[in-house]
Each structure stands twice: as structure tokens, then as C-alpha cells.
Design a protein. Structure first.
Length: 160
């Protein structure tokens, strides 16, 4: 069972993509899903992500969106991932604060518990000035993952 994946490991698997083309969320997500290392059908996955997006926007504000399918797309033995995409241009994503999205965290989980854990960590990190600055400057994958690993190590040390 894959419950204990750290966010840094999920992003390591999913990747960080700079200057992704797209003039709207669907175009951006189609491009992103098309380049991910998936073991499931990308077209069906995109359909599920867009169905979730139609329920309520996953744009959370401050230029960030957290798209995901309604149900975890992978079984317990699957390979969950989180991909970070920086669109070539900020996109309208129907965010609560009206901001255009320049950072997308696509969350593809194996279980609901894992999904909620990833959402919680991303939400917490994006509220930290240092991490927020990293994503706003569209830092390199290595820098982003190193910052997340450091935060996760601190969380684990504080929860012992």
C-alpha cells in the first residue's frame, strides 16, 4: 500500500514543467497529462480531471490551482504522483480572488487519504513565504523538491 509517500517523492515522480503551453485550463492540463509518466489512459484521466473541474474550480487563489480527478485514479498498488506546471502565460481559472493561475499542482493519488495528505502539505507550503517565493519565481525542480524535503523532515522531527 502506498500511503506514506512524501510530497517530495510524489513530485520527483510527477515532475516540474516550465513554460507549458495552453490558453485555458483544459489545454494546459491536456498538455500536462500528455507528457506525464502514466500507467493509465491519459484521455480518460483528462476527462475525469475536467469533470471534477466543472463541479467547482480547483483554482484556490494567489495564482495557484490544484486540479485532480474526483476519485483517485490509481489503485493501492499504483504509482501516484504530483506534477507542478508553470504555464507559459497565466490562465483564467475561476479563482476565488480573481487571480490568474501561474502555478498548477496536478494531484494524482492512489487513495483518498493520500490525496488529502498531499493537498494539506501543498496548502501549508504555499502559505510559507520561502516556498511561495520559490514557486512564484518558477524555480528549478531540484530547488523545489529540496525545499519540500527539508519541510517534510522538519515535520517528522517535530512529530516524534
Amino acid at each position: 500500500m502506498i500511503e506514506n509517500n512524501r510530497l517530495a517523492d510524489l513530485i520527483e515522480r510527477g515532475g516540474v514543467y516550465h513554460n507549458l503551453p495552453g490558453t485555458n485550463p483544459k489545454e494546459l492540463l491536456a498538455g500536462l497529462v500528455g507528457i506525464l509518466p502514466l500507467t493509465i489512459d491519459p484521455q480518460n484521466l483528462l476527462k475525469e480531471i475536467m469533470e471534477r473541474e466543472e463541479l467547482v474550480s480547483t483554482g484556490i487563489g494567489h495564482g495557484i490551482a490544484l486540479p485532480h480527478p474526483r476519485n483517485p485514479p490509481f489503485g493501492e498498488n499504483g504509482k501516484p504522483l504530483v506534477a507542478i506546471a508553470f504555464p507559459i502565460q497565466p490562465l483564467d481559472w475561476n479563482t476565488p480572488d480573481g487571480s490568474k493561475v501561474d502555478t498548477v499542482f496536478l494531484i494524482l493519488s492512489a487513495t483518498a487519504k493520500q490525496h488529502l495528505g498531499a493537498l494539506s502539505k501543498i496548502n501549508f507550503l504555499c502559505r510559507q513565504e520561502n516556498f511561495f517565493s520559490l514557486i512564484k519565481s518558477q524555480a528549478a525542480k531540484e530547488e523545489i523538491i529540496a525545499a519540500i524535503r527539508k519541510a517534510e523532515e522538519e515535520w517528522e522531527a517535530n512529530n516524534k
